[in-house]
Design a protein around this ligand. Structure first.
Ligand SMILES: Nc1ncnc2c1ncn2[C@@H]1O[C@H](COP(=O)(O)OP(=O)(O)OP(=O)(O)O)[C@@H](O)[C@H]1O
Ligand SMILES: [Mg+2]
Length: 360
């Protein structure tokens, strides 16, 4: 039996017990001896107490079972989260490899070019040196000058002086890009040991969109609109990164599908943040297909997916819900219009201790 089913079953049994107790109590109250002068009031009370004690023990045992089942369920959920994270990294791996490969490719090309340029510069330098040395000894023959001039022309000095700094700048930029991606990967996969820490949401979103870049860049531009007054937010960094990733990948998929269905041009994914009172709001909007009315109620269900095998397993939003609502006392909802697009909105409390204590 699955953990959820077991938990439901235990809850059902518990409810049945409650019902039994209610019926028994009612019956006891209806007993003919109740209030009869032949049985002293004390004995009636004792009989009632015994029933209550027995039933309390049963309830306590059931409660312990339920608690164990819940702990089990939580462990399974944690496992699921971890598995999905590994899956996500696995799925992104080829995209990330591609992202890294492009700059590495042109850094390689540029380095080959710089090697050749260096050889030509050496030639030019040798020509200058021979002229210089001849001039020093006062033996600067016109023949030597002609040869040096020809060597300088061959080395295309003007071209080299223009292209070499350009190749160096471009290579540094490429290396910077690789460093950026590698840093993002490290940050994304760094576990936060299950502890909440104060996180710069904007940095977390930037990290996530970097590692998911290959998923969206062919179908959409990613725009950000960040609240300048956003404070650090207490959260489980790696889990929240996972939520952002799930939403961004979903947005990219919805746009890709809209394009497949004939929508012209690239779409837009907009990640927006707002600081409202004691809450941080993050929304991810897309110009994709939208969510049809008949599936709106189901998208947070475990394993609900409308995607073909290999593209989706229906876990992304289940995990997003669990992380936002259960782990951060936040909320997640969405607005969607078919043919227009979808906006998912997450609200996180900035002081979760207060939020947890609050009713509702
Ligand atoms: N931005 C969106 N636009 C349109 N439909 C969406 C969007 N986000 C989610 N959905 C719908 O909700 C379903 C469930 O999403 P969810 O992220 O849970 O699973 P998935 O994307 O199908 O698979 P997984 O995330 O596990 O790879 C999707 O299959 C899709 O039908
Ligand atoms: Mg998904």
């Amino acid at each position: 039996m699955r953990d959820e089913d077991r938990a439901f079953e235990l809850e059902r049994q518990l409810a049945a017990r409650d019902k039994t107790i209610a019926v028994l109590t009612e019956r006891l109250e209806d007993q003919p001896w109740r209030g009869s002068p032949s049985l002293p009031v004390l004995e009636q009370n004792l009989a009632l107490e015994r029933v209550v004690v027995e039933k309390t023990e049963v309830i306590e045992a059931q409660r312990a079972k339920l608690a164990a089942a819940l702990a089990d369920l939580q462990r399974t959920q944690a496992q699921l989260l971890h598995t999905q994270k590994l899956e996500a990294i696995g799925q992104l791996a080829s995209g990330i490899a591609h992202e890294i490969n492009t700059p590495v490719q042109y850094v390689t090309d540029n380095t080959v070019f710089l090697g050749k340029a260096m050889a030509r510069l050496q030639e030019a330098l040798a020509a200058y040196r021979s002229v210089f040395e001849a001039a020093q000894t006062g033996a600067l023959a016109p023949e030597l000058l002609r040869e040096a001039d020809a060597a300088l022309k061959r080395s295309q000095l003007g071209y080299l002086l223009e292209q070499v700094p350009r190749a160096i700048a471009q290579s540094l930029e490429g290396l910077e890009r690789v460093t950026h991606i590698v840093r993002a990967m490290k940050e994304f996969s760094h576990p936060s040991a299950g502890k909440k820490e104060l996180v710069d949401l904007h940095e977390a979103i930037a990290t996530t969109s970097t590692i998911a870049r290959n998923e969206w860049k062919y179908v959409a531009d990613l725009e950000t609109d960040f609240a300048p007054d956003m404070p650090l937010v207490p959260c489980l960094r790696d889990q929240l990164n996972q939520v952002f990733l799930n939403l961004i990948v979903n947005a990219a998929h919805a746009i890709a599908e809209a394009i497949e269905q004939g929508k012209p041009a690239k779409g837009v994914i907009t990640v927006r943040t707002r600081h409202i009172g004691d809450r941080a709001e993050i929304s991810v909007s897309d110009t994709g297909t939208g969510i049809p009315e008949q599936v709106k109620d189901r998208i947070f269900e475990p394993f609900f997916t409308t995607k073909p095998v290999g593209r989706g397993t229906g876990q992304g939003l289940t995990i997003a819900y669990s992380v936002v609502v259960e782990k951060h006392s936040g909320t997640i909802d969405f607005e969607s219009e078919v043919g227009q697009g979808t906006t998912f909105r997450i609200v996180l409390p900035l002081h979760p201790e207060d939020a947890e204590g609050r009713p509702g």
